[in-house]
Design a binder for this molecule. Sequence first.
Ligand SMILES: NC(=O)c1ccc[n+]([C@@H]2O[C@H](COP(=O)([O-])OP(=O)(O)OC[C@H]3O[C@@H](n4cnc5c(N)ncnc54)[C@H](O)[C@@H]3O)[C@@H](O)[C@H]2O)c1
Length: 510
Amino acid sequence: MGAHKWLDAARDVDGTGEYYALIAGKYIKASSGQTIPAYKPQEPEAVASLVQACSAAEIDAAFAAATAAQKKWRCVPLWKRGVILKNAAQYLRAAADEIAPVITAEVSKSIKAARDEVIRTVDLLEYTAEEAIRVLSVGEMVTSDAFPHNGRNKLSLVQRVPLGTITCIPPFNYPINLAGSKIGPALAAGNAAMVKPPSSGAASTASLCAAVHQALVDEFGPDSDILAVMSLVTGRGREIGDLLTTHPSAAATSFTGGSTGISVAKKAGMIPMQMELGGNDPAVVAEDADVALTVSQIVKGAFSYQGQRCTAVKVVFVVESLYDEVVAKVADKVAALTVGRPEDNSDIAAVISKSSADWIQSLFEDAVAKGGNAHAKTPWKRENNLIWPVVIENVSKDATITHEEQFGPILPFVKVASVDEAIELANSCKFGLQASVFTKGAERAIQIADRLEAGTVQINGAPSRGPDNFPFQGTKESGIGSQGVKYSLLAMTKIKSTVINLPEPSYSVA
Ligand SMILES: NC(=O)c1ccc[n+]([C@@H]2O[C@H](COP(=O)([O-])OP(=O)(O)OC[C@H]3O[C@@H](n4cnc5c(N)ncnc54)[C@H](O)[C@@H]3O)[C@@H](O)[C@H]2O)c1
């Protein structure tokens, strides 16, 4: 039993501790009688959480109830939807210390970073509630006399309306924040949210959903059918994923994850997609870079949360004149990072799974086979899923890690003859999420940024998804559409216009 009744209501506190699914506004155990375990990345034999293995029939039931609930929810006044989201944020804030260890156990994020993620999501929900009012309460009136051969006898009133039920699929690495960045705008805009959490991180996402559900219960009572406006459906992505993203009642999909998103987008019918996918964010270091700033941003950018961030620095291109100095100084800092348990707030803890650790190791071995080497101060070392941070120097332009996302604590350095060569290499990658450029010249920075194929370019800073009000998007295989509170509100609504036809042109006077 925890300190929060609403959080206890989301799981079987008297039994196995398994988390329930939330379907048609009620917590349920799956009719299959089966649960899905998620294991602790740091102790692969230990179960971190158990969630329900929902069936196709349960998902159909969730969609049917959500469709009906959304018709009522969209009529709840905009300000009141905002108040409910703010109330959910307050529940979340009060339980931050109880939820943080759940995140830590499931995805091996340090306790401090896990708590920060909860509070960031509180801020996100509150901001979303207010931004929705600013963005969605104001439309426009378009007059016909702007277009040739027309008088002012037609007035088009333009407003934004919700889409319906939005399938929300977050990844493991921010199971609360990236769930909140979908659920918040979806609900604020008058949609229903069909939430499918990642297998590792499901209990964390479930905790956020519990806060939102309780805020809905407070407003509408425990038996209201409007509670079905948010569902939590759990199961293996490969088993229920297609059902959720191709369901006839799904009006849009908001997905964050890896290349799975590409197949999700290809299979989906004619519905809007918000796709935030993988990246291989390059840092381009020019001859005139501020070395101390560059080094500290690269270390922070590449190794926070052991590199498991879509916006981690994933490859560094340094011009010859600075190469040795930058590599040596980065290696010094990386060698000083603490390695251990996330519960102890170590800088580096285990990566999410064995398959991820194996992938990282294969990239390291490929880089070495092609001429690279671990810097002497940061040798390769692995124990189960725990990988010590490594600076790989002399990495070949042809090494797989130069072009593919490692999602782990190893960082390749590639020596380039010029910034032009760095840009060419960066742009040859199939991804285009973010990129960083380090130079003291403001005009030069803009010119380099303009030439880099990326959704966002950071000048003299590490890549970053936040703050959450910024637009965030990828090009190429890094995604479709933009995220960020305002941009998600726009993505989760569509324009509807109503035309007033006047019998004869009318011109308004002051
Ligand atoms: N661009 C961004 O905003 C952003 C942010 C964070 C993470 N990421 C990316 O996410 C990846 C790491 O996260 P991950 O390992 O959880 O990604 P993933 O693609 O393996 O899984 C993402 C989500 O998709 C679900 N899923 C799996 N199969 C599915 C299917 N067939 N249909 C629908 N859903 C399905 C998973 O259960 C999970 O909830 C990295 O590539 C990282 O770069 C991107």
